[in-house]
Structures are given as C-alpha cells and as structure tokens.
Design a protein around this ligand. Sequence first.
Ligand SMILES: Cc1cc2nc3c(=O)[nH]c(=O)nc-3n(C[C@H](O)[C@H](O)[C@H](O)COP(=O)(O)OP(=O)(O)OC[C@H]3O[C@@H](n4cnc5c(N)ncnc54)[C@H](O)[C@@H]3O)c2cc1C
Length: 380
Amino acid sequence: MTVERILPTEEAYELLGLTREIAEGELAPRAARYEQEGEFPRDVLRTIGRAGLLGLPYPEADGGAGQPYEVYLQVLETLASSWLAIAEAVSVHTLACFPVAAYGTERQRKSLPDMLGGELLGAYCLSEPQGGSDAAALTTRAVRDGDGYVVTGTKAWITHGGQADFYNVFCRTGGPGAAGISCLLADADTPGLLPQAPERTMGLRASPPAQIVLDDARIPADRLVGEEGQGFRIALEALDTGRLGIAACAVGLAQAALDHACAYAKERTQFGKPIAAFQGVGFMLADMATQIAAARALTLAAGRLKDAGRPFSTEAAKAKLFATDVAMKVTTDAVQVLGGAGYVSDHPVERWFREAKVLQIVEGTNQIQRLVISRALTRD
Ligand SMILES: Cc1cc2nc3c(=O)[nH]c(=O)nc-3n(C[C@H](O)[C@H](O)[C@H](O)COP(=O)(O)OP(=O)(O)OC[C@H]3O[C@@H](n4cnc5c(N)ncnc54)[C@H](O)[C@@H]3O)c2cc1C
C-alpha cells in the first residue's frame, strides 16, 4: 500500500524513492533466506552504506548526508517494511556513531567519514548479563594504566557483536552510579575484546546479538569519548535518538504486516466470499491501519521536535512505546487474518510476529519507557 508522505525537500522525495528501490530490489528478495540461514548480511549493509544510508542524520562535513530526522526515520521505516534486521542494523549503527559525532576529539572524529560511509560498522555496549534496565549499575571496570585503560567485564546482548569494527564500551572508571561511568571507543582487534557465540534468538536471526567479554582489554587513553564520568549522559543521549529509530522500524514492520494481511484477505474466500468482506476481518484491518497511522504520526512528531532543536526525550519514549506495542498487536492480528497460513513460514507474517517482540525490549523495555514518561509527568 502506498503511504502518503509529506517530505520537506525534493531531495528527500528522491532519497525515499532510492530507498524504496533498494528495499524492494535488494532487501525483500534476500530477507527470508538470510533469516532462515542465520547469515549476517554484511554485504547488504555495504550496499546500504554506499547508497549513503548509513550516516543520514549526520552533517555532510562529517561524511553524513545532513538529513533531518523526519527524513531519516521515513527511510528506516521503508527499509523495515522489507527487512527489519537491516533497518535495525542501520538504526543501531547510527546510534553507535553518536558518541564520536557528538563528543569525540578531533582525532576520534577522523574516523567519522568511514563510520558514516558504512566502511566501519559500529556496536553500542551498555547492557550487561546482570542488568539492562538498571544500566547505571553496570560493573565493567576500566582502570587507568599508563597511556591506556585496562578493561574487565562482560557486555551482553550486543547487536553486531563479533561483526562490528568499533565498539562503544560503557564502563566504570569511577565510583558507583551514573557519575562513575565513562565511554571508551574500542577497535574490534583490541587484544582482550572477545566476542562470544551469537545468541539463539526468537527473531532477527540474521543479526543475533552476542556477549562481548573484556578480559584485561587494553584500550588507549586517547579513545576516551568525552570526559571521565560523562559516559552515562552520552549513553542516554544516544538512546534518545535510537528510540526514534526503533519506533520507525516498528512502523515499517507493522505496515508490511498490514499490507500482506490486506492482500491475503482480498484473495482468500470462505463461505463463498473474500474474507475481507466479513466485517470481523475488515474491522480488524481498519484498526491495524489506524494504529499504524497514529504510530507513524507520533514518531514523526518526535523526530520533528529533535530537528527543531527542542527537547524530545519524553516524546521519543512515547513514540518507542506506542509504535512497538502497535507492531506487536498488528503482527499478531496479521497472523490471525491468515488463519492457519499465518502460523507457518510460507508467509512472512510468522517471522514478522517473532521480530516485533524484540522491539518492545531493545533500547529500554516498554516498562522503562513508561518509567521515563511517568517521571517526566510527575517531576516538580
Ligand atoms: C536482540 C537484542 C538486541 C540487543 N542489542 C543491544 C545492544 O546493541 N546494546 C546493548 O547495550 N543492549 C542491547 N540489548 C539489550 C536490551 O537493551 C536489554 O535486554 C533491555 O534493556 C532489558 O534488559 P534486561 O534484558 O537485562 O532485562 P531486565 O532489566 O532484567 O528486565 C526484566 C524485566 O523487568 C522489567 N523491569 C526492569 N526494571 C523495571 C522497573 N524499574 N519497572 C518496571 N519494570 C521493570 C523489564 O521491563 C523486563 O520486563 C539487546 C537485546 C536484545 C534482545
């Protein structure tokens, strides 16, 4: 189904056109096989990078495309409606570029053109086995030793773990709590940085997360991003933008499920009629479409606040919460519209249903989004 979009520039319409071509021509035909075989699509990400889609919201002077968030989010949505793992990879990579782009030293920023051009793939290492929601309690420790830090600990659930070229490692250089956390930028070949076997996940099997063990990993002191103690702030600022990306991914996934369910409902007949003619099915499709439209509007409204330089953190949390809950509901209903056919892998709705679940968990579970929103409401 064509989504009517209002974009700010002619260039943005062309960019969305190019994205649609890539999504339909390169992503859609590959998604099922890569997901079935659990193969990481590094080659596809290179294509995406060369098309300029891996650094969209960053300034052109840094090697990005200088696009506003409202455009970047609609690109993500378009990618997600063909293959969620690629859209999620673009979103996580964009998040992983944030610390250097916003807080990096001149020397660190020299890597930005390769990061934003897609030659270097990024990972963001905040969660640990003993805690993801209470990230300020992280225990990975970095101890200064001469011209470097010696880092010990385990990071958990790291998207692009074992595939990334650079890792943002959030670790404790000081005392307990948020104030003791710093951000170090580690290259993949850092001695002692040891990616573990990929997790066996419910969905997103082409891009499973992995633990990263840091066993006396030595990271040069000049790879400290920002100042010591600034790491938690950097992590949360990155997550604010990342949550917008996850919301856009959710909208795209839900749209794909609705489109598939509509096409099926028009074809499939029961009791001598297309099932779409039964009000019980038609109303389900109507509710799905309405929820998606609302999720898209909320996500773009939050993105436009960011573009305008206004506070957007709470709105990003609302968008992530609502859009990912919508994706779960819509993909569940899409399975229902297909009946038995929805429960087998001959149709992609089965995979989309499994993939939607993770969006309610990553970048702060939806309970944590509610915490963020309720705290903003009740703050004095
Ligand atoms: C596929 C995948 C990819 C991921 N990629 C990354 C990545 O690239 N980088 C990274 O750092 N992390 C990543 N994560 C980790 C993700 O961010 C965490 O899983 C998430 O933050 C939840 O943390 P947890 O799993 O430790 O659950 P827990 O924090 O143990 O939470 C368990 C349950 O308790 C609830 N809960 C916890 N605290 C509260 C509270 N105060 N109020 C109400 N409910 C609460 C949670 O909502 C959840 O339902 C990824 C996870 C997955 C599954």
